[in-house]
Design a protein around this ligand. Structure first.
Ligand code: FA5
Length: 350
């Protein structure tokens, strides 16, 4: 091949290759062009191999021209590679960009159950008065649930608190009162008076209706020390009811019967809606029954190793489900246990 023809072939090759390189849009295709044109089997290598047929005079000219063309093509491929890599990076960055100004996906926020909120509020009031909060067992023995509460086997008052039995001796507790016995038998009076409350779930074989549930909650309260009187009980309950239902609430104690307290009382609070005049909340009596209470029976103290000649105490058992019903105007206790969000969501941030 003549010098002129070889140079023309190389120029055509350069022009065609530079056009291809400019048109290529991905790194793979670019690499293919590099291998095809600059590789060992490519046209440039072929030209260099054919130099042996040229005259000694033309050989260096073709050699240096071929090198110039190869350098130009190599430089064009490198430049295009840099561009394509930058494009790929920009594209990836654009795809992965997190727009922090976009509104986030809404997370549905729950709230504590209204019964939990009510119980915690009552706990806070008692803790503020120096009471300790004690946890009891939901699965109890007949011994603590009944016998230590002065309800021996076959006592007629057991009928009012029938429950679910796991065995003859093991049951799910009917009230939080067994925590009284468990706490009294461990208390060390040399360290001061016993003042405790115990909130928790209780269970009864009650038929569910608007004001009864087979599972509900109680908060037990117990104070034992020397010289504790009914006056202490009434004063304590009055403070708590005023905090729960408003500063002008009054307390009324009515005689009642519990085997574990003597005397025993039902405690009413003056109606927070009508102030005592009579309305639908208080069933037109002016008073709302809130809890059972009384002076701890001497036998109950004795069974827990406490000398009733030296110590006395008061106890009460309050139903927070009923308190929440009254406070929030809920007319059916079953709403608390149905887990219907339309009901529960009404008590967000109470
Ligand atoms: C008792 O359970 C006694 N242990 C309370 C007590 C403790 C008295 C310490 C004296 C000293 P009673 O069965 O009345 O008492 O229940 C107490 C409260 O629990 C009731 O005032 C009521 O608010 C609530 N309660 C009772 N049964 C149900 C029920 N089935 N559903 C919802 N709440 C109930």
């Amino acid at each position: 091949m003549s010098l002129a023809k070889t140079q023309a072939t190389l120029e055509t090759l350069r022009n065609e290759t530079l056009a291809k390189v400019a048109a290529v849009t991905d790194l793979n295709s670019l690499n293919q062009i590099r291998v095809e044109i600059l590789g060992k089997k490519g046209p440039i290598t072929e030209v260099l191999r054919g130099m042996k047929d040229l005259s000694a005079e033309d050989r260096p000219k073709v050699g240096s021209f071929a090198n110039v063309i190869r350098d130009e093509i190599t430089a064009a491929i490198e430049a295009r590679k840099t561009d394509l890599e930058a494009d790929a990076l920009n594209e990836a960055l654009a795809k992965e960009t997190l727009d922090v100004t976009l509104p986030g996906a809404q997370v549905k926020q729950g709230t504590r159950h209204i019964l939990t909120q009510t119980m915690e509020e009552i706990e806070d009031i008692f803790v503020g008065m120096g009471y300790q909060v004690v946890e009891g067992f939901e699965v109890e023995s007949d011994h603590y649930n009944f016998e230590r509460m002065n309800l021996p086997k076959n006592h007629p008052a057991r009928d009012m608190q029938d429950t679910f039995y796991i065995s003859d001796e093991i049951l799910i507790r009917t009230h939080t009162s067994p925590v009284q016995a468990r706490t009294m038998e461990k208390h060390d009076f040399s360290k001061g008076a016993l003042r405790m409350i115990s909130p928790g779930k209780v269970f009864r074989r009650d038929t569910d209706d608007a004001t009864h549930s087979h599972q509900f909650h109680q908060i037990e309260g117990l104070v034992v020390d020397k010289n504790i009187t009914m006056g202490d009980l009434k004063g304590t309950l009055e403070v708590v009811m005023k905090k729960m239902f408003g500063a002008d609430r009054k307390i009324r104690l009515r005689p009642s019967y519990f085997p574990f307290t003597e005397p025993s009382v039902e405690t009413d609070v003056s109606c927070f809606k009508c102030g005592g005049a009579g309305c639908n909340v208080c069933k037109y009596t002016g008073w709302i029954e809130i809890l059972g209470a009384g002076m701890v029976h001497p036998d109950v103290l004795q069974m827990s190793g406490i000398d009733p000649e030296v110590y006395s105490g008061f106890a009460f058992g309050l139903g927070p489900d009923r308190v929440a019903m009254l406070r929030y105007g809920v007319n059916d206790i079953r709403y608390f246990y149905q887990n219907d969000l339309r009901f529960l969501e009404q008590f967000k941030g109470e």
